[in-house]
Design a binder for this molecule. Structure first.
Ligand SMILES: *Cc1c(COP(=O)(O)O)cnc(C)c1O
Length: 402
């Protein structure tokens, strides 16, 4: 048997994506000014980024980056355990641990890498990782890489989680969940999950990529919002690329967990430390996120305004109290048609399609930011309502996400 030709396989795969309208295209942003993006020569009002607090272009954050870069340059030159670990990395880890009230922090290159690091460094092939069905792809891949037993429970179902934990009574166990679900915007039932995990001696790990900065007192995230602490959730992921506007990720946890990860996690050990200037910028972003409550107040007002106005127009959004406000379209063609019509009217909203979301759950993923003003929110809803009237209102008939 000759080997399959890889390029032939790619052509078939591409043809299949074309037939299913699942091809992906990148759009190049040429300029960005707050919530406005210049794409293909046109300015669009963006409702798809994750810069929830408006820190990605904040003056002090940018100044911190420039300042540190003029001193340290653009790279760390090595991994943390060689000679790439700078004082700026240290300061950022300490600030985030202090903010979330955890003993220690550990900075990694990205949230995706951090999830790979956690599961691979803590679990082996006799162990169990129990996860929500709608967890982020990086958590699912992390369990695959760790070669542990992966059991998924129905979305936000703590009893389901307990059942899955009970189904594999031997081996160490971890219950891993997104704090805020990235494509649905709802918050995990952390209290109930924590109790299920406690009954089964499982470690709770919360990936709070979309919660930190946005939810809870001082923006401490979904764990704090649920009234839980480092005792209940010994390990958490904070990403720097969403509400904090930058790039990278910090794991916060107890001394023993962080020490183990820093000495054994392969994505930590074998990867170049993020640029120290990037860490310095994120340190400034964290300080602003902690201090400037008005950003969260403004964000919350915009979320309420969007939901109230959508309801008044008969537009049904998934239930969500977070900046992620999905509008289910059902079919992929429909989601794409909506996104195109909105873009024609000057709004950039991402159409999210399978496999990122379940089959039949294609949607517009509307994200709100403290950068948006009332006129922009109202304009989006008016436009969405007009598009819906034009397309016909059979959206409710479309199968919802799981
Ligand atoms: C974005 C995201 C990640 C990945 O973080 P990056 O820093 O972008 O790699 C992980 N988990 C969740 C829930 C996310 O939304």
């Amino acid at each position: 048997m000759p080997r399959p030709d890889l390029h032939e396989r790619l052509r078939e795969s591409r043809a299949q994506r074309e037939a299913q309208q699942r091809t992906r295209v990148r759009r190049s942003v040429t300029r960005r000014d707050g919530a406005r993006y210049e794409v293909d020569g046109r300015w669009l009002i963006g409702f798809c980024g994750n810069d929830y607090l408006g820190l990605a272009q904040q003056f002090g954050v940018v100044a911190a980056l420039q300042d540190a870069a003029s001193r340290d340059g653009i790279g760390s030159t090595a991994s943390h355990l060689v000679c790439g670990h700078h004082a700026a990395h240290d300061a950022l880890e300490r600030e985030i641990a202090d903010w979330l009230e955890y003993p220690r922090g550990l900075l990694l290159g990205s949230g995706f890498l951090a999830n790979l690091a956690v599961v691979q460094a803590l679990l082996g092939n006799d162990d169990l990782c129990v996860q929500d069905r709608l967890n982020h792809a990086s958590l699912i891949d992390a369990a695959r890489l760790a070669d542990c037993r992966l059991r998924r429970y129905p979305h936000a179902d703590a009893e389901g989680a307990l059942r899955q934990l009970r189904s594999v009574p031997e081996g160490a166990a971890m219950l891993a969940t997104d704090g805020v679900f990235s494509m649905d915007g709802d918050i995990a039932p952390l209290r109930a999950l924590m109790l299920a995990a406690r009954m089964q001696q499982a470690l709770v790990y919360v990936d709070d990529a979309h919660g930190v900065g946005v939810l809870g007192t001082s923006g401490r995230g979904s764990v704090a919002l649920s009234g839980l602490s480092a005792v209940d959730v010994p390990l958490q992921l904070v990403t720097l690329g969403k509400a904090l506007g930058g790039y990278g990720a910090v794991l916060v946890g107890d001394e023993a967990l962080i020490q183990h990860l820093s000495e054994t996690a392969r994505p930590y050990i074998y990867s170049t430390a993020i640029p120290p200037a990037q860490a310095a910028a994120s340190l400034t972003a964290v300080k602003i996120a902690r201090r400037e409550e008005w950003r969260r107040v403004k964000l919350r007002e915009s979320i309420v305004r969007l939901r109230t106005s959508a309801a008044a127009h008969g537009l049904e959004l998934l239930p969500s109290d977070t900046p992620i406000q999905p509008f289910i379209c059902g079919s992929e063609a429909r989601a794409l048609a909506y996104a195109t019509a909105l873009e024609d009217a000057g709004y950039w909203v991402a159409a999210i399609r399978p496999p990122t979301v379940p089959e039949g759950g294609a949607r517009l993923r509307i994200t709100v930011s403290a950068l948006h003003g009332p006129a922009e929110i109202d304009g989006l809803v008016d436009t969405l309502s007009r598009v819906r009237d034009r397309f016909g209102d059979d959206v409710a008939a479309a199968p919802a996400a799981m």
